[in-house]
Write a protein that binds this ligand. Structure first.
Ligand SMILES: [Zn+2]
Length: 67
């Protein structure tokens, strides 16, 4: 394992959530993916929006290396 600082490496990651409807949502930070996902739920799946919390969104989102 490298002992270099990990700060700048964080910039190489993003959060990706693939909604069951087929839409792929992406964001740079955890807070942003939660925000983007709730906006999508409210717009496309209002009947589900009330059932999901931040922890559900983060459980479904993947932290991936940015292409
Ligand atoms: Zn959807």
């Amino acid at each position: 394992m490298s002992t270099r600082g990990s700060g700048p490496l964080d910039l190489a990651f993003h959060h990706v959530l693939t909604c069951p409807c087929g839409d792929t949502l992406t964001a740079a930070t955890e807070d942003e993916i939660v925000e983007v996902s709730f906006a999508h739920l409210r717009e496309r799946h209002p009947e589900l929006a009330g059932d999901y919390g931040r922890e559900h969104i983060l459980a479904m989102a993947q932290r991936l290396v940015r292409p």
